[in-house]
Design a binder for this molecule. Structure first.
Ligand code: ADP
Ligand code: MG
Length: 700
């Protein structure tokens, strides 16, 4: 057996082979996806706790995690809302710190008596009554016991119930003892490591799991230590390789060549009341070049709100229809899908092209009939996720268009491919993804490495910029008065109620309350109401009335966030704007400024504003450039939020942080290209190491 094979085997041994890992522990490790020894090597700390020193209470700062030694001065048991235990401790600096517990048992409470010395570790928070720690970790110190601090940072691992940090760290340490020499562990070829200044992987792993006492704590705590950067590089590289592999796998398949004279397309362009912008023409051309290829198009069209993506999608659809293929257009919300339906019918029906509708809430019979027509070859079908359901089948699906991509993940994109796959002909549909979320370039290259990107980077002419102001809720009456004046001038307004993290029912209620308030205050205006709890027909009726100008004001929940297009609406009020993220504010504001009249956006906020909220509202006032807003959003909130994928875990990196590590991406792409071209086996092993066998794109 060669050295290399032996070492691979060391990593590929089951974790259960490690001393002390019995069946019970093995089950816990499996819950964390830790099957093999190498999974433990790459199970990286989420963060560190610094117990290398004791901080004087007088030196504590809110937001910081710190270790403190103090003597209990007072204990109070309270039952406000729920049982709690408050323990005040003090130290030589004559300042005191409150420890607060909500979960505690009798024995624990009995041990915390005045005069007892405690060694505590926790996050410091500021309250109106001073500094406190909620549920700190603590240990009672015996009388006269000297405080011994740790000599190095303590790693905190992702873990699961029943598996404590100490025990997990112990297993990791045993796994690390089996780390092979660098020459075997390293999968990135030596010349590439040298060219990009990549430090030793072995050293990096050892450092990250068990930082030396003299390691640069500050760098480690902020993820900027060279060891962390080395691992972040490898993780980003692996994600990149995974997406590229997935793309290659898809592109090895065949798609229909949608090469036609373009009669329908020309007729649509001629029928439009406007001419396409240069950016629209360019992107249309890029899409057309993809469609005539016998391999699947995988293209993302980025364009700020209002840039006119829909018509570009319609042109692509017509190419497919003219070639005798079907088109599916999918949107994330029913309201948006309905709007597409209307646009497409408006544009395509005069050309003799029928547009079908398939949505989740559709009734039994209508749905059956629509599904039958789709199965028989209806040319264009518009809908929501319902289009992806198993019982929907297409006769000859040639093109799938997905709007507002940021709500769909990679997995869903793949599902669509499977849906459209025609096993008889061995063909998969082309894929066109539309997104209004301007994604900073670096992020797009990383998160969408499986897609080609086109940008509609120009708005149609004649748009007037939206004037944005932030106004305290204390001046609500003035804002309502402003709506009254605007409506008297024939303008229309949106009033958006935002309640986040609550149920659709609560959101609807909040909108109803605002609706009642505005209806009473604006006796001369007709005020409509739309929210997610209305039936599709009801929503449609309200939207139609607003569009027709029969309603002057539309009170809405954030259901109108995407896609809604009523050019005459020129005033938007967003309630509790301080609670929304930049991307969402930008989308909402994009609902106005679509016509020729100057538009206004009022960001109502509930004071006092926190620092982050203040910055966000400032950005909104300053710019309407979607890309700038996205960059800022990335800076303020991190990439998961920008892409809207935090929940799906698609970008659930272990150590990389795109906002912090974006500077690594150019090198990641270069190394990635070389690995795929020249070292495909190493690429496979990297993917297996970081992503494991479970991820679909690792197998693609
Ligand atoms: P988005 O990119 O946000 O989806 P839409 O496709 O909804 O934008 O287009 C926004 C509005 O602009 C629509 O009313 C559409 O008809 C109109 N529009 C699209 N392209 C142009 C253009 N080249 N000139 C003028 N108006 C356009
Ligand atoms: Mg749109």
């Amino acid at each position: 057996m060669s050295v290399a094979t032996a070492a691979i085997d060391a990593g590929m041994q089951p974790a259960a082979a490690l001393p002390g890992v019995g069946p019970a522990l093995q089950v816990l490790l499996q819950k964390l996806g830790l099957e093999h020894v190498q999974d433990l090597w790459f199970h990286l700390p989420l963060r560190y706790e610094d117990r290398t020193r004791v901080t004087a209470i007088a030196d504590l700062r809110a937001g910081q995690s710190a270790q403190v030694v103090g003597t209990i001065e007072a204990v109070e048991r309270g039952f406000r809302y729920r049982p709690q235990l408050k323990v005040a401790i003090g130290d030589d600096t004559l300042q005191s710190l409150q420890l607060r517990f909500f979960h505690f048992n009798r024995a624990q409470a009995d041990q915390l008596t005045p005069g007892t010395r405690l060694l505590c570790f926790g996050e410091v928070r500021q309250t109106t009554l001073g500094l406190e720690m909620v549920h700190p970790q603590y240990r009672r110190l015996a009388a006269g016991e000297a405080v011994v601090v740790e000599d190095r940072l303590s790693p905190v691992y992702p873990t699961t119930e029943g598996l404590g940090q100490k025990r997990l760290a112990g297993v990791v340490a045993k796994a690390l003892a089996l780390l092979p020499p660098e020459s075997v562990l390293e999968l990135i070829p030596r010349d590439l490591c040298a060219a990009h200044g990549l430090a030793s992987l072995r050293e990096a792993l050892l450092t990250v799991h068990r930082p030396a006492p003299d390691a640069q704590l500050d760098l480690l705590l902020h993820g900027r230590h060279p060891a962390q950067q080395r691992l972040a590089f490898e993780e980003l590289l692996t994600q990149h390789l995974g997406l590229k592999r997935m793309r290659a796998a898809v592109q090895r398949r065949k798609s229909p060549k949608l090469a036609v004279a373009g009669v329908l397309r020309r007729r649509l362009i001629e029928s439009l009341p406007f001419s396409l912008t240069a950016a629209q023409r360019r992107v249309d051309e890029e899409v057309r070049r993809d469609l005539v290829q016998p391999k699947p198009m995988l293209r993302l069209v980025q364009g700020d709100v209002g840039s006119g993506k829909t018509v570009v999608a319609a042109l692509a659809a017509l190419a497919a229809v003219e070639s005798g293929y079907q088109v599916a257009l999918m949107a994330p919300t029913e309201l948006l899908a309905e709007q597409h339906l209307r646009n497409f019918r408006h544009w395509l029906t005069p050309l003799g092209v029928d547009v079908e509708w398939l949505a989740g809430k559709q009734q039994g019979k209508a749905r059956q009939a629509a599904m039958r027509r789709v199965a028989e070859g209806a040319p264009v079908t518009v809908g929501t996720h319902a289009l992806m359901q198993e019982d929907v089948s297409f006769a000859r699906l040639g093109l799938v268009i997905v709007d507002e991509q940021h709500r769909f993940g990679v997995q869903q994109r793949l599902a669509l491919h499977d849906k459209g796959a025609d096993t008889a002909r061995g063909e998969v549909p082309h894929q066109l993804v539309l997104t209004a979320t301007p994604i900073p370039r670096t992020l797009a290259m990383s998160a969408y490495a499986d897609l080609d990107v086109s940008a509609i980077d120009e708005l149609p002419p004649g748009r007037t910029p939206v004037q944005t102001v932030a106004v305290s809720n204390a001046r609500r009456a003035e804002v309502i008065e402003r709506i009254r004046v605007a409506c008297a001038e024939g303008r229309q307004a949106y009033w958006v109620c935002t309640l986040i993290e609550e149920s659709e029912q609560l959101r609807a209620q909040a909108a109803e309350v605002a609706h009642a308030e505005l209806s009473a205050a604006l006796a001369d205006c007709r005020v409509g109401l739309i929210h997610g709890r209305l039936k599709p027909k009801e929503k449609q009726a309200v939207m139609d009335a607003f569009k027709a100008g029969e309603l002057a004001v539309l009170v809405a929940t954030t259901v109108i966030e995407v896609g809604v297009d009523v050019p005459n609406a020129s005033l938007m009020v967003i309630e509790n704007s301080e609670r929304l993220g930049l991307a969402q504010l930008h989308q909402l504001r994009g609902r106005v400024g679509r016509g020729a009249v100057a538009s206004n956006c009022v960001l109502l906020y509930q004071p006092p504003l926190g620092q982050l909220a203040r910055e966000r509202l400032e950005v909104m006032r300053e710019t309407s450039d979607g890309f700038r807003i996205a960059e800022k959003d990335l800076e303020l909130r991190g990439p998961g939020e920008v892409l809207g994928t935090r929940q799906t875990g698609q970008l659930g990196f272990r150590i990389a942080d795109l906002a912090r590590d974006a500077h690594l991406l150019p090198a990641v792409q270069q190394v990635g290209a070389r690995l795929l071209a020249e070292h495909p086996r190493e690429a496979d092993r990297l993917i297996a190491r970081w992503i494991g066998g479970s991820a679909r794109y690792a197998r693609a």
